[in-house]
Ligand binder design. Structure first.
Ligand SMILES: [Zn+2]
Length: 246
C-alpha cells in the first residue's frame, strides 16, 4: 500500500535543498539533487550511483533508459538550469525504475517539483519559489493525500474518510486529535483492550467511578456511572466533555 507523510507547513527540508541548489556549483549540484531525490523516493540512489560513476569514463550499460539518464546528468554538469533539474526529477520518478518508486515523502517531493516549475517559468531563485509554493498552500484548502501517515500535530483541522490510530503512548490530547480525524471510519490498533488508560472521572451524582458505555441508538460512546445497574444512578458525561476537562 502506497502511503504518504504529511510535511510541516514550514518545511525545513524543502528550504534546505532549495538553498543547496541555489548555491551549488556544477560539481555539487548533481550530488545534492540525487541525495534529495532518494530522501523522497525509494530505489533511486543505487541506480544513480551506477550511472554517475560512469559519467567520466565509458558508459558500459547500453540500456536506453540509463543512456537517457546519463544525458540528463551531462546536461546538468554543464549548466545549472531549473527546467533540466525538473526533467531529471520527473525522469527518475516516472521512467527510470521499472517498478514505480514509492514516494516516501510525497508532499516534500511535490512541493519541490512545483517550486522548480515556478523557478524556470518566472525566473525565481529556487528558495524564493519555495516560499511562494508554501505560502500558496497556507491559503488554499488543506488537502490530505488519499493515503497518508502523519503526526497528530500536522493533521489539526484536516479530515479524512478513515483514520487508523496506532497506540504508541499518545497523550490524551493527541489521542483526541487522532481519533477525530476520520469522518466515516476509525480503527485503533492497541495491545490494551482499554485505551486510553487515563483514570476515568467520578460520577458527579454518587461519586462512583464512571465507565465507558455506548448509546444503543446513536452508537456514540459516553461515560456512564458504574452504579447505573445496581443503584440506577444516571450520572453521565459526554466524550467531548471528558476530553475537554483533561
Ligand atoms: Zn452515579
Amino acid at each position: 500500500m502506497a502511503s504518504y507523510t504529511i510535511e510541516p507547513i514550514c518545511s525545513k527540508d524543502l528550504y534546505k535543498i532549495a538553498r543547496k541548489i541555489d548555491s551549488s556549483t556544477n560539481d555539487t549540484l548533481l550530488k545534492n539533487i540525487i541525495e534529495f531525490t532518494s530522501k523522497c523516493l525509494t530505489g533511486v540512489k543505487s541506480v544513480c550511483r551506477d550511472v554517475s560513476l560512469n559519467l567520466s569514463g565509458n558508459f558500459r550499460n547500453k540500456k536506453q533508459k540509463k543512456q537517457t539518464l546519463q544525458g540528463l546528468f551531462k546536461d546538468l554538469s554543464n549548466e545549472k538550469d531549473y527546467k533540466k533539474i525538473l526533467d531529471l526529477c520527473e525522469f527518475l520518478e516516472c521512467e527510470l525504475l521499472d517498478k514505480k518508486p514509492t514516494k516516501k515523502r510525497w508532499q516534500l517531493w511535490n512541493d519541490f517539483k512545483k517550486a522548480l516549475r515556478l523557478s524556470f517559468l518566472e525566473s525565481y531563485r529556487l528558495e524564493e519559489a519555495c516560499w511562494k509554493v508554501k505560502n500558496q498552500e497556507k491559503y488554499c484548502e488543506n488537502r490530505v493525500p488519499s493515503k497518508c501517515i502523519s503526526r497528530t500535530v500536522l493533521l489539526k483541522g484536516l479530515e479524512c474518510d478513515c483514520a487508523v490510530v496506532i497506540d504508541e503512548g499518545l497523550d490524551l490530547k493527541n489521542f483526541y486529535v487522532a481519533i477525530t480525524r476520520g469522518a466515516k471510519e476509525l480503527h485503533i490498533f492497541s495491545e490494551s483492550p482499554c485505551y486510553p488508560s487515563h483514570p476515568l472521572p467520578f460520577c458527579s451524582l454518587c461519586n462512583a467511578r464512571m465507565s465507558w458505555k455506548q448509546n444503543n441508538k446513536t452508537k456514540k460512546y459516553f461515560l456512564g456511572c458504574s452504579n447505573y445497574n445496581s443503584k440506577k444512578c444516571k450520572g453521565s458525561c459526554s466524550i467531548e466533555k471528558f476530553f475537554l476537562d483533561l
